[in-house]
Design a protein around this ligand. Structure first.
Ligand SMILES: [Zn+2]
Length: 310
């Protein structure tokens, strides 16, 4: 059984007129999914809020309080494209709580896998700094939660957003218990994610970056993903898999784009599920990161969900 974790609170993180990371991304997705036959095939669940301590398993407490204070004041900016509105802190707590709700469902045997339809996204948020539309690193917090609450050692994070997840990389750069795999357009925002960024200290070899030029063709993209992620993931033998699911590699994405077609998100998902079935009883929790094509993002997500629900 696949679960979709969603709450209308995510619509209340207000980024202002003309911002690409806006509530219509989720509104349009829900409207599209309701009309598709998919809607009958998964259950919808509301997320719980992540606690302050859970957020602080990744983020500096002063940074977290700072976000809360800006929201209480009504509005503010963390950088040129990352803003906070009155409800942003609340929405961000629920966005971080969504994968935790999903993880509990999986670990209690109630569901097989889940997709968290959330915003704000998370993978650019570093332990001490929000940036690139991201406030709290939802997937990184989820990885720590799995380890602490369920005494699980090895977590794989697969990040196929078109941008490098610098925040996730930072959080686990010296940590061999979390394998971070990212395929992304390069050179591109945020400027990190070179192939020789592979981790430090005990974490050496547990960060895998596959930078791709903007003219990479989709067959090569899928093949590299399957070969490199598939091989390295099986060596690592994860006990749980998290996906930073960005859909801004889609060919018509207005701020990303790496030539992928709608059905490629079905393929990518199937590849990850194959690893999950081989290593960890199919345990996968996926979280929305980027994806800004307001009419096609819902179709990209539908492809992702079709593969999760099979
Ligand atoms: Zn992105």
């Amino acid at each position: 059984m696949t679960t979709l974790i969603y709450d209308d609170i995510f619509l209340e993180h207000d980024t202002g007129y003309g911002h690409p990371e806006n509530a219509l991304r989720l509104k349009n997705t829900i409207a599209h999914l309701k009309l598709s036959e998919m809607w009958q095939r998964f259950r919808i669940e509301k997320p719980r809020k992540a606690s302050f301590d859970e957020i602080c398993s990744i983020h500096d407490a002063n940074y977290v309080r700072g976000i809360e204070q800006i929201a209480q004041r009504g509005s503010g900016w963390l950088d040129a494209d990352t803003c906070i509105s009155e409800k942003s802190y609340e929405a961000a707590l629920y966005a971080a709580g969504a994968p935790l709700t999903a993880i509990d469902g999986i670990m209690h045997g109630e569901i097989t896998n889940a997709f968290c339809l959330v915003r704000p996204p998370g993978h650019h948020a570093t332990p001490t700094r929000g940036m690139g539309f991201c406030l709290f690193n939802n997937v990184a917090i989820a990885a720590r939660y799995i380890q602490k609450k369920y005494n699980i050692e090895r977590v794989l994070i697969v990040d196929w957003d078109v941008h490098h997840g610098n925040g996730t990389q930072d959080a686990f750069y010296e940590d061999p218990s979390v394998l971070y795999f990212s395929m992304h357009r390069y050179p591109f925002y945020p400027g990190t994610g070179k192939q020789d960024e592979t981790g430090e200290g005990k974490g050496k070899g547990f960060t895998i970056n596959i930078p791709l030029s903007d003219d990479t063709d989709r067959e090569a993209y899928i093949k590299t993903f399957k070969d490199v992620m598939g091989t390295r993931a099986k060596q690592f033998n994860p006990q749980f898999i998290l996906i930073s699911a960005g859909f801004d590699t889609y060919k018509h994405d207005p701020i990303g784009g790496l030539g992928l077609e709608l059905e490629d998100f079905y393929e990518l998902t199937k590849i990850v599920i194959g690893v999950a079935k081989a290593c960890c009883n199919g345990r996968v929790v996926s979280c929305l990161e980027g994806g800004y094509h307001l009419t096609d993002l819902p179709k990209c997500i539908e492809q992702h969900l079709m593969a999760l629900a099979e």
